[in-house]
Design a binder for this molecule. Structure first.
Ligand SMILES: NC(=O)c1ccc[n+]([C@@H]2O[C@H](COP(=O)([O-])OP(=O)(O)OC[C@H]3O[C@@H](n4cnc5c(N)ncnc54)[C@H](OP(=O)(O)O)[C@@H]3O)[C@@H](O)[C@H]2O)c1
Length: 269
C-alpha cells in the first residue's frame, strides 16, 4: 500500500480514530476522517466530513464527498463505535438496537458504499476495528461482545467473497485502550433492587479501570499502519496488553469451564 493512498477513517474525532488519522497523515497518506460534528474538529491536522453511522444517507454523502474530492478510496478504516454495559436482562432493547446500528449495521453500510469504488480500482483495503471483547462473551458486556463478534464473522465472509478482486480485508481487535469510550458508553444503571447490583457494580469498576489503564492510542495507530504496509494481510490481528491478547489463545485451547472460571475470577464474580 503506497503512502499516497487515500484513507477514509470513520470516527476520527477522538481516541483510536484520531490517533490513526494523525499518524497516517504524518506518514504521507491522504486522510479523511468522519465525525457527527466535524465543526468541533476545525483545528485538526486532517479534514473531517460529517457522518452519522445510524443514517445510511449520511454514510453515502460522506463517501461521495471523499470520492468527489480525491477520485478514489484506497483504505477504509471502519473505526467508529460505541460501548454498552449492563446485565443483559436489564438492557433496554432500544439501547441494544442503537448499539448494533452503530457497531454493526453502520460499518456494513460504509463497506457497501466504499466497495464499488475499490472494485472499480481493482484494489483496496478494509480494516474493521473490532475488539478483544468480541472473542468472548464478557460479563455485563454481552451486546458489545456480540456486536464486535458479528463484525469479526462478517469480515471473514467478506474476505472469502473478495478473493481475486484485489481487495483485502481484516479485523484489528484492540484490548483496553485509554480513550473516552467509557464516557460515550451506554451504562445501564446499577439498580438498587437488582439481583445484579453487587456483581454488576464490581464488574463495572474493573471495566472502567481497564480502559483508564489501557495502552495508548498511538500503539493501536502504529499497529494499523504496520498492517496497511503488509503486502498480504491476515484475517485477524490483536493489539493491546500481552495478557489480553493471550486470552484470545487461551479461549481456543482451554476447556470452556476453565476459561469461564478464569473470566469470573478476573471480573470479581
Ligand atoms: N477504547 C477501547 O478500550 C477499545 C477497545 C477495543 C475496541 N475499541 C473500538 O475502537 C473504536 C474506537 O473507539 P475509541 O475507544 O477510540 O472511542 P472514542 O474515543 O469514544 O471514539 C469513538 C468515535 O466514534 C464516533 N462515533 C460514535 N458514535 C457514532 C455514530 N453514531 N456515528 C458516527 N460516528 C460515531 C465518534 O465520533 P463523533 O462523536 O465525533 O461523531 C468518535 O470519533 C470503537 O469501534 C471501539 O469499539 C475500543
Amino acid at each position: 500500500m503506497g503512502s499516497q493512498a487515500v484513507v477514509f477513517i470513520t470516527g476520527a474525532s477522538s481516541g483510536i480514530g484520531k490517533a490513526t488519522a494523525i499518524l497516517l497523515a504524518e506518514k504521507g497518506f491522504t486522510v479523511v476522517g468522519t465525525s457527527r460534528n466535524p465543526d468541533r474538529c476545525k483545528d485538526f491536522s486532517f479534514p473531517l466530513v460529517q457522518m452519522e453511522l445510524t443514517n445510511p444517507e449520511s454514510i453515502q454523502n460522506a463517501v461521495n464527498q471523499v470520492t468527489e474530492k480525491h477520485g478514489r478510496i484506497d483504505v477504509l478504516i471502519n473505526n467508529a463505535g460505541v460501548g454498552i454495559s449492563g446485565p443483559l436482562e436489564e438492557l433496554p432493547i432500544e439501547a441494544v438496537k442503537n448499539l448494533f446500528d452503530t457497531n454493526l449495521y453502520g460499518p456494513i453500510e460504509v463497506i457497501k458504499c466504499v466497495l464499488p469504488h475499490m472494485r472499480h480500482q481493482n484494489t483496496g483495503r478494509i480494516v474493521n476495528i473490532t475488539s478483544i471483547a468480541g472473542y468472548s462473551g464478557l460479563p455485563f458486556r454481552s451486546m458489545y461482545s456480540a456486536s464486535k463478534s458479528a463484525l469479526d464473522r462478517a469480515t471473514e465472509s467478506l474476505r472469502l467473497e473478495m478473493k481475486g478482486s484485489g481487495i483485502q480485508c481484516c479485523t484489528i481487535a484492540p484490548g483496553a485502550v485509554a480513550t473516552n469510550i467509557a464516557q460515550g458508553r451506554f451504562h445501564a444503571p446499577v439498580l438498587e433492587n437488582s439481583p445484579y447490583k453487587a456483581t454488576y457494580g464490581k464488574s463495572l469498576e474493573v471495566m472502567n479501570t481497564h480502559v483508564d489503564h489501557g495502552v495508548s492510542t498511538r500503539i493501536v495507530a502504529e499497529k494499523i499502519h504496520k498492517v496497511l504496509c503488509k503486502r498480504n494481510v491476515k484475517t485477524h490481528y490483536t493489539v493491546g496488553s500481552w495478557l489480553q491478547r493471550f486470552s484470545v489463545h487461551l479461549k481456543s485451547v482451554l476447556p470452556q469451564r476453565w476459561y469461564e472460571y478464569m473470566l469470573a475470577k478476573f471480573y470479581n464474580l
